[in-house]
Ligand binder design. Structure first.
Ligand code: SF4
Length: 376
């Protein structure tokens, strides 16, 4: 593999290397272009919406050596992006030193784009000695103020946490975002649309703009793990929320609608119109779910490889014994993959996320549907 970091194309609305649609449109097939490593199950928060909440632990053992992880990445010729997630990946300095830094360096040298998911509540110094090798710092933002943060971020905590502690973390999150943005770090702040965040999404969007974040990612609440019992928006509420956010869009912030629960094959004219509006608006993109389309998730402790880091599909293989390419090919033949891997080129759609399809369209067979509109 040749180092090529100089002159690498920046991540923009016109070029999002995580977007599975691009590869599918260019090559006619899904390829493994993205790998996600779960590098820790430790986290200092216990958010009510956490889609991996039930896997969080108080202590954990030693992960698989980073050399072994890198050997498997080396085998993936089509690799374009790497994501690092947890838990809170930077909570344990040893994970940062022994896993995260070497992975980021490897990707830098190979020209692979990187993303790390952090809650950004740790002291700023903890982000400073590796951040220059990262392309996208992904954070969560589902709050108006410290009260919301206290209620949401410690909803599932087993121990009592006082408000003052939560307020300190919330203020630090915001200040860290401002400081890192000012240093040129690309921060993508994600909001999960729920009945609560829907009401306040424009205020959250303005806060995200004020913190200097380059991108606001908006996703549905994934009904998994801690979030399994939470109330979901109806599709009518979701559609209204998207329009309201577009009306209040800060022009300098890129809004990325991920795993959107509306498709160009919809029987409803208002859903198809929304799809068209989203593709007309400047600095707005729609991205289908990478999980299972161009990405596999690897647990850095067990080596298990799954389609998503919070899905209910059992492990498809293990990196101690299997190549990632082989596991991905095996997944493409899985009945669940076939059920949701529809593709409508002219409508710029690559089908639904598994959890979203299950939550909103349990009676649809996507493999039999076709888009009713085209995107110019
Ligand atoms: S059939 Fe699939 S790819 Fe085509 S518009 Fe519907 S969801 Fe999108």
């Amino acid at each position: 593999m040749q180092p090529n970091q100089k002159g690498i194309r920046p991540v923009t609305p016109q070029y999002d290397p995580w977007d599975a649609w691009m590869t599918r449109a260019a090559t006619g097939k899904y390829e493994l272009t993205s790998v996600e490593f779960t590098v820790t199950n430790l986290c200092n928060l216990r958010c009510e919406h956490c889609a991996v909440g039930e896997t969080l632990v108080e202590r954990e053992g030693l992960p698989i050596s980073v050399d072994q992880l890198i050997r498997r990445l080396d085998e993936v010729e089509t690799l374009k992006t790497l994501s690092i997630t947890g838990g809170e990946p930077i909570l344990n300095p040893r994970v940062v030193k022994e896993t995260i830094r070497p992975l980021l360096k490897y990707c830098r040298e190979r020209g692979i784009y990187t993303q790390l998911n952090s809650n950004l509540t740790l002291p700023l110094s903890r982000y400073e000695d590796w951040i220059e090798d990262l392309d996208v710092l992904h954070i969560s933002y589902n709050y108006r103020d410290a009260e919301d943060f206290y209620r949401i971020a410690f909803q599932k905590a087993k121990k009592d946490v006082d408000f003052k502690t939560a307020e300190t973390l919330f203020n630090r999150l915001k200040e860290n975002a401002r400081q890192l943005s000012a240093q040129g770090v690309f921060i993508s702040a994600e909001s999960l649309l729920s009945p609560f965040t829907s009401r306040h999404i424009v205020k959250m969007h303005q806060d995200i703009a004020e913190m200097g974040c380059k991108r606001h990612e908006v996703h549905p609440l994934y009904p998994s793990d801690f979030a399994r019992g939470m109330e979901l928006l109806t599709l009518d509420q979701y559609r209204e929320t998207v329009h309201r956010l577009l009306d209040g869009h800060h022009p300098e912030v890129w809004i990325l609608f991920g795993t959107l629960p509306f498709y160009p094959c919809s029987d409803k004219a208002e859903d198809r119109e929304l799809w068209q509006r989203l593709h007309r608006e400047p600095n707005v993109t729609v991205r289908q779910d990478p999980d299972g389309r161009n990405r596999l998730n690897v647990n850095a402790f067990t080596g298990d490889v799954i389609v998503t880091d919070f899905g209910d599909v059992p492990a498809l293989g293990n990196i101690k014994t299997d190549r990632l390419d082989d596991i991905f090919q095996q997944w493409l033949e899985h009945p669940l993959a076939k059920k949701t891997h529809c593709f409508c080129l002219k409508a710029k759609c690559a089908g639904p996320n598994l959890l979203v399809a299950h939550a909103y369209y349990a009676d649809w067979d996507f493999s039999k549907r076709r888009a009713k509109i085209e995107i110019q």
